[in-house]
Design a protein. Structure first.
Length: 91
């Protein structure tokens, strides 16, 4: 079953990258820092339609200061997985 925030993430992909996307799955990711869990969450995976540089992207949402933030990371080297997308993301 697709996540409930799917439409919001797809809208962010369209606005940010100017292309359509199709949800293809989700993956639970835990990012470690110095042996401790720094972030755990679900990363959604999308196939991009018509993007010049990437065939896929990764998206997720998180809460910060009472607001919901949406993150979109393209699958462009060095990003090759959901885990790499989380590592590559800079707050």
């Amino acid at each position: 079953m697709p996540p409930s925030n799917l439409a919001e993430i797809e809208r962010a992909i369209k606005i940010t990258h100017g292309c359509e996307s199709k949800y293809i799955g989700s993956r639970m990711v835990t990012e470690q820092f110095l042996g401790n869990s720094a972030w755990t969450g679900i990363v959604d995976i999308f196939r991009l339609e018509g993007h010049a540089k990437a065939e896929r992207c990764y998206g997720w949402q998180y809460r910060h200061g009472g607001e919901t933030k949406t993150v979109i990371v393209l699958q462009i080297p060095p990003v090759s997985s959901a885990e790499a997308a989380v590592r590559d993301f800079r707050c």
